[in-house]
Design a protein around this ligand. Structure first.
Ligand code: AMP
Length: 189
């Protein structure tokens, strides 16, 4: 299978992680989650992890250059001609989106589409509080969740327009059962 990129966007708690796993299996995509990569750095106590930790705990974004550098090295590690990637939680700012466009161009990876998973805010907060109990994530408390929503609205929401203008954004209703939502994703692709 040839190179392909899909971007998975949506507010925190819209269910991106779970749906991303399904999609990666079906389409043989490599799941590139910047949040997972950062949590791995924190676990391994790297310098990058130490730098990111307090920002993540507060629900703020990690600086663009750190994130872009991390994504670039991940793409470089992949086998040329087999770079099939689902970007989850990246890009989150216009600067990251511009950097991604340049990277995709450099590595000849066509952007298939941008999936925007939408869900209602109260439903999202409830889901994230449930995840906090199940997974013990430090940034899943109500105060941080509200801040992550506001960061999403201010810094990431502008990308909806950015990709709508490019003509490859597809909006998915994220409410309903996992199967229902996944059905809508498959239909959109
Ligand atoms: P996530 O697992 O995608 O919800 O990300 C958890 C946290 O990691 C976010 O609240 C940010 O602090 C940080 N993070 C993840 N991805 C990015 C990104 N693309 N840009 C900046 N910060 C990020």
């Amino acid at each position: 299978m040839s190179n392909e990129a899909i971007i998975f966007m949506g507010p925190p708690g819209a269910g991106k992680g779970t749906q991303a796993n399904n999609l990666c299996k079906d389409r043989e995509l490599h799941h590139l989650s910047t949040g997972d990569m950062l949590r791995d750095h924190i676990k391994r106590e790297t310098d990058l992890g130490k730098q990111a930790q307090s920002l993540m705990d507060a629900g703020e974004l990690v600086p663009d250059d750190v994130i872009i550098g991390m994504v670039r090295s991940k793409i470089e590690e992949m086998e040329q001609g087999k770079t099939r990637i689902l970007f989850d939680g990246f890009p989150r700012t216009t600067a990251q989106a511009d950097a991604l466009a340049a990277l995709l161009d450099e590595f000849s990876i066509p952007l298939h589409c941008v999936l925007l998973l939408q869900a209602d805010e109260e439903e999202i907060v409830a889901r994230l509080l449930k995840r906090a109990v199940e997974q013990g994530r430090k940034d899943d408390n109500e105060e941080t969740i509200r801040n992550r929503m506001s960061v999403y609205r201010k810094q990431t929401q502008p990308l909806v327009e950015y990709y709508t203008e490019k003509g490859n954004l597809k909006e998915i209703n994220g409410m309903g059962t996992l199967d229902e939502v996944y059905g809508r994703i498959k239909e959109a692709l």
